[in-house]
Design a protein around this ligand. Structure first.
Ligand code: IMP
Ligand code: MG
Length: 175
């Protein structure tokens, strides 16, 4: 039997929450120049929707993180496979993640960025699984807290599938 999808967050609820998050970030960054950083691959859809809800002076940058392996759990080892094209020194950085699970990816990224002396780092994640936490990381704004289940859609994948779904779904019957 193949995996089953059951909706966890509808397209409508996603868009409503992202609009609110954009308003919160607009309040924070109104008169600021921001370097918005998309953490590929999973964040690409959330990033595209979120930045269009933020009114401020903004540059966009992309980096790509990967954890080894492609199973439905973190391997515990993360690597930076594509770095930013511009310096973060002295910049207000807005780091945009799809999901914080164990926290390992975000913990690593925050360390990598901190060394480069940004003026500030604000971390935003669409999804957060508080029960999966293994290491600390600073999270400033969360879209939705979710239980410790594997989810896909809206950029998130299972073996590079399901990223195109406009909603978040739980993947059931995974081996
Ligand atoms: P962490 O390092 O354990 O916090 O996991 C971060 C990365 O693992 C995310 O950026 C995702 O790529 C992936 N990940 C964690 N949980 C899920 C999930 O439920 N669905 C899809 N990808 C996930
Ligand atoms: Mg990811």
């Amino acid at each position: 039997m193949g995996p089953n999808l059951s909706t966890v967050i509808s397209e409508k609820d996603l868009q409503k929450r992202i609009k609110e998050m954009g308003e919160t970030l607009t309040d924070k960054f109104k008169n600021t120049s921001v370097l918005a950083v998309c953490v590929l691959k999973g964040s690409f859809i959330f990033f595209a929707d979120l930045i269009r809800q933020i009114e401020c002076d903004m540059n966009c940058e992309f980096l790509c993180m990967s954890s080894y392996g492609s199973l439905a759990h973190s391997s515990g080892e993360v690597k930076l496979i594509m770095d930013l094209n511009s310096s973060v020194q002295g910049r207000h950085v807005l780091l945009v993640e799809d999901i914080i699970d164990t926290g390992l990816t975000m913990n690593y990224l925050q360390k990598v960025l901190e060394i480069r002396k940004p003026k500030s780092v604000t971390t935003v994640t669409l999804l957060h699984k508080p029960d999966a936490k293994k290491v600390d990381c600073k999270i400033d704004l969360v879209g939705f807290k979710i239980p410790n289940d594997f989810v896909v859609g809206y950029g998130l994948d299972y073996q590079n599938q399901y990223r195109h779904l406009p909603y978040i779904a739980r993947l059931e019957n995974l081996n």
